[in-house]
Design a protein around this ligand. Structure first.
Ligand code: FPP
Length: 237
C-alpha cells in the first residue's frame, strides 16, 4: 500500500565539497543547495510527502568560519524572503524549528513573515531546522515539563513533534545523524546517498522513496510473512 502522508527528513550535506571540487567558494555551494531545496519541495507533494524537515543550520554550525556563518545567515534570510510568495501560491506551509535567540534580525523577520503568511497552507509542511540541536530540543522539552509522570504523547507535544519521521535522507556520502531529530527518528528508515546536495533533485527523491516503500517496517515486531520482500538484498542499495 502506498503511504501518501510521509514525513521525510533531509540532511542536506555536501554543499561545500561540491563547490570546492568546482573551484568555487563554499558559499556558492550553499547557494546551489538552496536551489536544490526549492526543487525538492516542489516535487515532494506528488511523491506522497506531506511533511519535509530539512536541516539548514545546526547549533554546531556556529563554529564554522565567521565568513561562512554570515553567508549562510544571509542566504537563509534571502531564501525565505524570496520563497515565501511562491510557498504561499504552492500551498507550502513553513515552520522553523530550533533556537531563535541567536539569529540575526533580518532572518528572524523573514521567519516571522514566512510562517505567518503560509500558516493556512496545506499541500506540504516544510519545516526548516535553523540553529537546531536535537539534544538541546529534548533537554528544553524536559525542562518545560512541570514534574510527575509524563506520557510519550505529552512529551512529544512539548518537543513540537507533529508526526514521527518515516524516512531520513542524508546526501553527501556521510552516514551519521549529526544531532538531527534524534527522538523523531526512533523508527525512521535511513537512506544515505553519495549525491552532493546541490545536485539532488526530484529523481533522487523518487529513488529514495521507491526504496523506502520496498522496506518492511516492523517497529519491533516480528516479520509479516506476507509482506516480506523475497530477498533482503532488495532493501540494500
Ligand atoms: C552541509 O554542507 C550543509 C549545511 C551546513 C547547510 C545547509 C544549507 C543549505 C542547503 C543551503 C541553505 C539552505 C537554505 C534553505 C537557504 P557542508 O557545508 O557541510 O558541505 P561539506 O560537507 O561538503 O563541507
Amino acid at each position: 500500500m502506498k503511504q501518501s502522508s510521509l514525513h521525510v527528513a533531509i540532511i542536506m550535506d555536501g554543499n561545500g565539497r561540491w563547490a570546492t571540487d568546482l573551484g568555487l567558494p563554499r558559499a556558492l555551494g550553499h547557494r546551489a543547495g538552496a536551489e536544490a531545496l526549492r526543487r525538492v519541495v516542489e516535487a515532494a507533494p506528488d511523491l506522497g510527502v506531506s511533511t519535509l524537515t530539512a536541516y539548514a543550520f545546526s547549533a554546531d554550525n556556529w563554529q564554522r568560519p565567521q565568513e561562512e556563518v554570515d553567508a549562510l545567515m544571509h542566504l537563509l534570510a534571502w531564501y525565505l524572503e524570496d520563497e515565501t510568495p511562491r510557498m504561499l501560491a504552492d500551498g507550502v506551509r513553513l515552520s522553523v524549528i530550533g533556537r531563535r535567540d541567536r539569529l540575526p534580525p533580518r532572518l528572524l523577520e523573514a521567519i516571522r513573515a514566512g510562517e505567518a503568511m503560509t500558516r493556512a497552507c496545506t499541500k506540504i509542511h516544510l519545516r526548516l531546522a535553523i540553529d537546531y540541536s536535537a539534544r538541546e530540543a529534548i533537554l528544553r522539552a524536559s525542562q518545560s515539563f512541570g514534574g510527575g509522570t509524563i506520557t510519550r504523547e505529552a512529551f512529544e507535544q512539548l518537543l513540537g513533534q507533529e508526526n514521527p519521521v518515516d524516512l531520513l535522507i542524508r546526501t553527501g556520502g556521510e552516514q551519521r545523524l549529526s544531532d538531527f531529530l534524534l527522538w523523531e527518528c526512533a523508527y525512521a528508515e535511513l537512506f544515505f546517498t553519495r549525491v552532493m546536495w546541490p545536485e539532488y533533485g526530484a529523481m533522487d527523491l523518487r529513488l529514495a522513496l521507491d526504496q523506502f516503500r520496498k522496506r518492511e517496517r516492523r517497529f519491533g515486531t516480528v516479520p509479516d510473512a506476507k509482506a516480506r520482500p523475497a530477498s533482503q538484498e532488495r532493501w540494500l542499495h
